[in-house]
Design a protein around this ligand. Structure first.
Ligand SMILES: [Ca+2]
Ligand SMILES: [Ca+2]
Length: 335
């Protein structure tokens, strides 16, 4: 590990805390969708509630049982119908790319595979519409020596015209900053927390991206060169994160801190997932998906389980973002 300050060695993968997701997440995983396990249990419980009854009640129980049987069947039919709808909307599941580890090397091959799936070239600041390729934002100002901390702005429109994406937060605004240093002191000064100098590590040098006053970032897309006037969709989106400590496990009280939701042009959730964690300070994580077609109109990211500011501890998992990589924005198709 790069950091051996007191305490960091003890920092394990943490899953505690009473975190409530700031927005609802529904896994569009078809295996979860098709589960219909609850009805038999419900039926058994209701029967047990009325063990000693009169004849009248027995008749009622029979009616109830029939109703439950019918309701159970209806539920199954509904479940099948819902699954069919999900499949119609999401007929080809996206390719999922995820990795986490202690260094940039831990996620590099996954990030490169994600880039390859989106396709070449990296279209940089070229105006669209373009058929192929991808866009990338590394928040570094084109030079690893740029160490400015940018004041939080909302919406964040720095890449609206050049790369066809804009970012909003329910908080105060969004900033680019190195963990520490530079003319304004980086994240450590921005959030008034000196520990931030050592718990975050950039994937692409030197700056990271973060909401201020919130842990939520919302991205939407437009055709590059139109200054945001022509809305667009992308086929894939992925992001790098640093210091994701908490992930879900078999304990229902253990919740992931960092989540991504992908939405279509009608704001319906296409896919959602937690971002994998890695123990220790300054870890790096990546999560991205690629569909066969450009159906993603916006992305909602929860980075960490609270807005930055507090110390990173068992209850608070503070997370920063680095590279955003997404498919070339395409003109909205259909209605
Ligand atoms: Ca960077
Ligand atoms: Ca953290």
């Amino acid at each position: 590990m790069d950091y051996s300050a007191a305490g960091s060695d003890q920092k394990k993968l943490r899953n505690g805390g009473g975190f409530q997701a700031a927005f609802p997440l529904y896994h569009m995983n078809r295996h979860e969708q098709t589960n219909v396990p609850e009805k038999p249990k419900q039926k058994a419980n209701l029967k047990q509630e009325k063990p000693m009854q009169t004849k009248q009640s027995v008749t009622n129980i029979n009616i109830l049982s029939t109703a439950i049987a019918a309701f159970g069947l209806l539920s199954m039919l509904l479940a099948v119908s819902e699954t069919a709808q999900a499949q119609a909307r999401n007929d080809v599941p996206p390719a999922v790319f995820q990795a986490a580890g202690t260094t940039a090397a831990s996620i590099q091959s996954t990030v490169d595979a994600f880039r390859a799936r989106l396709g070449d070239p990296n279209n940089l600041n070229n105006p669209g519409p373009l058929e192929k390729g991808r866009r990338e934002i590394n928040w570094d100002g084109g030079n690893p020596n740029v160490l400015d901390t940018t004041a939080p702005v909302n919406p964040f429109l720095v890449f609206l015209n050049t790369r066809g994406s804009q970012f909003k937060t329910p908080g105060l605004g969004l900033s680019q900053a190195p963990p520490s240093g530079g003319p304004q002191g980086g994240l450590a000064v921005l959030f008034g927390n000196p520990t931030y100098a050592k718990i975050f590590k950039a994937f692409s040098l030197s700056r990271l991206f973060t909401p201020v006053g919130s842990n939520i970032t919302e991205a939407s897309f437009s055709i590059p060169g139109t200054n945001g006037t022509v809305p667009a969709t992308v086929r894939g989106f992925g992001a790098v994160f640093t210091d994701v400590d908490q992930q879900a496990d078999s304990n229902p009280n253990h919740k992931a801190s960092t989540l991504i939701e992908y939405l279509d042009k009608d704001s319906r959730i296409l896919f959602s997932s937690s971002v994998p964690a890695s123990p220790g300070d300054g870890s790096l994580s990546f999560f991205g998906i690629v569909f066969d077609d450009a159906r993603i109109a916006s992305v909602r990211i929860q980075a960490g389980n609270v807005a930055p500011g507090p110390n990173d501890d068992r209850r608070h998992d503070i997370v920063m973002m680095d590279d955003f990589i997404y498919g070339e924005p395409q003109l909205l198709q259909g209605k």
